[in-house]
Ligand binder design. Sequence first.
Ligand SMILES: Nc1nc2c(ncn2[C@@H]2O[C@H](COP(=O)(O)OP(=O)(O)OP(=O)(O)O)[C@@H](O)[C@H]2O)c(=O)[nH]1
Ligand SMILES: [Mg+2]
Length: 193
Amino acid sequence: MKILLMGHPNVGKSVFFNRLTGAKVMESNYPGTTVDFTKGWMRLEGEDVELIDVPGAFSLEPKDRAEEVAVKMLEENRDSVVVCVLDASKVERGLYLALEIIERGYPVVVALNMWDVAEDKNIKIEVEKLERILGVPVVPTTAISGEGFKELVSKIKEAAPVKIEKIIESASGVRVATSAGEGGGGESAAVSG
Ligand SMILES: Nc1nc2c(ncn2[C@@H]2O[C@H](COP(=O)(O)OP(=O)(O)OP(=O)(O)O)[C@@H](O)[C@H]2O)c(=O)[nH]1
Ligand SMILES: [Mg+2]
């Protein structure tokens, strides 16, 4: 098993990586490119697991070399768990990538990083609701302080593939309840602010 850290550029993947890995890290070029990536190891339930800081990508339909490398790394590491790092202060922008990765059948843990920034901006995210809709663990994190990392690490081994149809079903359930104007206990969008 390997762990791939994926997400948009500038969401905190490298701070994340440094926090999770020990001193032994290797930086290299992806073969045949000038795209750099770093890999290292972390201890997970008594096992040494390789962790890769994948170049930032907005989607799995590559528009530049870094995104091409990100997609190749994903495809070359079919046995990986993907920790998809989102910027919690712009969560809706990152969800598309998370869904693409889930759709390809990878076990995913979603990290809502920059949680401190989201809190400062008074953005409220209903984490449990998002978790229910996606069917994957969702953990708020602040990489610069380490907040949420213990929980995140504990969720990595729980991650399992989810059928995209299931997500569409739970998400459309949400939409139906909202458009029907059912207040109170009715489901509504998980993100506001
Ligand atoms: N406030 C806050 N800042 C963060 C957090 N995580 C990362 N940062 C900062 O965000 C900036 C980007 O972090 P990086 O780790 O370099 O982001 P990245 O995703 O590796 O970026 P690329 O490698 O360019 O794709 C840095 O200035 C970090 O210090 C966080 O949880 N909260
Ligand atoms: Mg980085």
